[in-house]
Design a protein around this ligand. Structure first.
Ligand SMILES: C[S@@+](CC[C@H](N)C(=O)[O-])C[C@H]1O[C@@H](n2cnc3c(N)ncnc32)[C@H](O)[C@@H]1O
Length: 280
């Protein structure tokens, strides 16, 4: 099976496909599909950890560099480990230094630097947001003041990811509209939610629909995530909102989560399971 992820970001669904439930994005990313990855694969009739014959990841932002190196087995963790060994004061100065150096950096060090800055950033909002005080630098969505050691998480996670059984993988660092659609692939696309863009790059709704339809017309199976069903005639809509882990805090800002699919969903088992599971 040829697998294509468009607007890949931290590529939670691709990681789940390739490495099962232990393959998760190295840092928290706004809009990550980590919580939904298993259900999205299931809707596509794919088992978590099944792998793929080939992978294409398309992303306009810095994640493209991260995937280029990790999919080639390049270790980014030694950078993280060294930077994490600095004490708090050193890290605060280093954050500013590294952020300034980032535009002129090259190679794996640059990909690692962006990840480290992102992980240390306020609310996980990226380097521009500034550095979070260590005691509140926990996963966004957790209680403020709760420090869960997530700050040191990237190094081991990165080792898992560079050691994954990556099939032949191509990373397109640029706009998804520049990719030529082809058939016989499974294509997953997770564009920025309409009217809620917090990314440096965007894909307006009209373009999302055009890109999705072009891949379907080329003969691929396509699934698109959005906060609502997309208006694509003859496509299928699946509400996967319930797949999210419902902590009390999440309830208040719960948003819809939908898959718009070119083929009927393979199964609803994951959605039903989560609906009745005790954690909900
Ligand atoms: C909702 S996020 C994807 C999150 C991803 N599913 C994950 O698990 O992390 C959307 C991503 O699309 C990227 N993006 C936005 N417009 C794009 C475009 N025109 N071409 C390629 N990537 C784009 C953003 O940089 C962002 O990383």
């Amino acid at each position: 099976m040829k697998w294509v992820e468009l607007c890949a970001g931290s590529a939670a669904v691709t990681l789940r496909l390739l490495g099962g439930e232990h393959a998760i994005p190295p840092v928290t990313y706004q809009g990550s599909k980590r919580k939904y990855a298993g259900g999205i694969l299931e809707a596509l009739g794919l088992r978590s950890g099944r792998g793929a014959e080939s992978v294409i990841l398309a992303e306009a932002g810095p994640w493209a560099e991260v995937w280029r190196y990790l999919s080639a087995g390049v270790a980014l963790s030694p950078y993280m480990t060294a930077w994490n060994e600095q004490d708090d004061d050193e890290q605060a100065a280093f954050f500013v230094e590294l952020r300034e150096a980032l535009p002129t950096m090259t190679g794996p060090a640059r990909a690692a630097a962006w990840l480290w800055l992102h992980q240390r950033s306020y609310g996980g909002k990226g380097p521009a947001a500034g550095m979070a005080p260590r005691h509140i630098a926990s996963t966004p969505g957790r209680k403020q003041g709760e420090w869960r050691h997530t700050i040191d998480a990237p190094a081991p996670r990165l080792d898992t990811l560079s050691a994954l059984a990556w099939p032949s993988t191509t990373v397109h660092h640029g706009d998804v509209r520049d990719l030529e659609p082809f058939g016989d692939a499974v294509v997953y696309m997770d564009p920025p939610y309409q009217a809620a863009t917090r990314y440096a790059y965007d894909l307006p709704r009209g373009a999302v629909i055009e890109v999705a339809d072009a891949w379907r017309a080329a003969g691929s199976v396509v699934a698109v995530s959005e906060a609502e069903p997309l208006d694509l005639a003859g496509w299928h809509h699946l509400d996967i909102t319930a797949l999210r882990t419902m902590t009390p805090r999440n309830w208040s800002r719960q948003q819809g989560e939908w898959l718009t699919m070119s083929e009927p969903p393979a199964t609803l088992a994951a959605v039903q399971f989560e609906l009745f599971s005790p954690s909900v």
